[in-house]
Ligand binder design. Structure first.
Ligand code: GLN
Length: 392
């Protein structure tokens, strides 16, 4: 038999999705793969029921159903500071996973360099491999996850085609400040580089931090491919509804990539989510309040147990420092954690280019009772996972 493709030889499976399977295997409370265990808004579910008996069962227009694009353009135009044309500046995709892949294929030729901040959401590594791009990693230095301006400019000086920006950041919870974004934008303009922005946590930004769409900065609309999804905003990760917003020149190419990748996102689901896209500001205020409470509840629980952790500025992930347990492998630690303590986490090494293995990631997009259950189990972590002696 001939060998399968070289392109996939460097792949492992997704560690995030693998940890969900491991959590299920041990009956652990799954705080690994980030998705909610509470219901989406009722208005969306009610509409889903109606849609089942209406005429939405065939393909929508490949770049997205007309009403969906119109509702999305109306929702995003104000916050993004651009009067978005639903007919030429949106591509609806199967989740932001497809949006990011399509954006990479739209921008990069095989061999092109792409700047990626580390830690990074693990899909970006695979996106680079599949599109043939070569990542240049720029560290976000813990504990505050700031980049060093000189290190960033040195990456820009290597003639990259694009920079991938996850803001708010998964996994580290960083929200890039206006000053940082302006610095990135100035470099992008100076070196003629595109920015591919992953902004799926745009509505989960904790006070006093604020989300700025990088496309809204002067001169950035033309060179930004803004990717996002409805997964986190409306608690519908399984619906796989995402999108690209960009200039007509970029969208024209991204539509073709998307068409040949997937043809289109699910037509009935695009229709069913429209009441959500039309929610007023109160919905987003309540969503943020809900996540702020969950963050505070979960972080307090971790403090009470004595676990050292990051304080997320946005998104719904927290990283725990496991140095005190003296494990050489954070993957092994996460397996033991799922098996012995009964809580699923993602090993931090799957997000870092640097050899970091002392951090694990939990998410807190769960009902309060699920979080209390996880905290109760974690309160016995030090009995169940004895500290490894360095001298054994
Ligand atoms: N974004 C979520 C996470 O980081 C889910 C990822 C996925 O499996 N698509 O856990």
């Amino acid at each position: 038999m001939q060998k399968l493709s070289d392109r996939t030889a460097g792949f492992t499976d997704s560690v995030i999705r693998r940890m969900t399977r491991i959590s299920d295997q041990y009956g652990a409370v799954n705080l690994s793969q980030g998705f909610p265990d509470f219901d989406p808004p009722k208005e969306i579910l009610d509409r889903l029921k109606e849609v089942a008996y209406q005429d939405f069962h065939q393909y929508s227009i490949t770049w997205g159903a007309q009403n969906f694009r119109e509702a999305l353009a109306a929702k995003q135009s104000g916050p993004m500071g651009h009067d978005i044309d639903p007919n030429s500046e949106i591509v609806v995709t199967c989740g932001s996973t497809e949006a990011m892949m399509a954006a990479m294929m739209t921008v990069a030729n095989p061999g092109d360099k792409v700047i990626v901040f580390s830690p990074f959401y693990e899909n970006y590594g695979a996106d680079a491999i599949l599109s043939g791009a070569e990542p240049i990693y720029v560290p976000l230095h813990p504990p505050l996850f700031k980049f060093n301006p000189e290190e960033l400019e040195a990456a820009f000086a290597q003639n990259p085609k694009a920079l991938i920006l996850c803001n708010p950041s998964n996994p580290c919870g960083k929200v890039f400040t206006l000053e940082e974004l302006t610095y990135i934008a100035d470099l992008a303009k100076k070196y003629d580089v595109y920015v591919i922005a992953d902004e799926v946590y745009e509505h989960i930004v904790y006070a006093p931090h604020k989300h700025t769409y990088i496309s809204s900065l002067p001169g950035m609309w033309e060179r930004t491919i803004s990717c996002s999804s409805l997964s986190k905003t409306y608690s519908i990760t399984g619906w796989r509804l995402g999108y690209i917003i960009a200039s007509p020149e970029i969208v024209d190419v991204a539509r073709k990539v998307h068409d040949f990748l997937t043809v289109g996102a699910a037509a009935p689901l695009q229709e069913a989510v429209i009441p959500g896209l039309k929610f007023g500001q109160e919905y987003y205020d309540e969503l943020l309040l809900k996540y702020t409470r969950k963050r505070d509840l979960f972080l307090k629980g971790l403090d009470d147990i004595g676990l050292i952790h990051t304080v997320p500025e946005g998104a719904y992930y927290v990283m725990i420092d496991i140095r005190d347990f003296h494990y050489e492998s954070d993957l092994e630690f996460c397996e033991v954690l799922a098996k012995e303590v009964g809580v699923g986490a993602v090993p931090g090494s799957s997000f870092f280019k640097e050899p970091v293995n002392h951090l694990i990631r939990f998410h807190f997009a769960k009902k309060d009772e699920t979080l209390f259950h996880a905290l109760d189990r974690l309160s016995r972590i030090k009995e169940k996972i004895p500290v490894k002696s360095r001298f054994l």
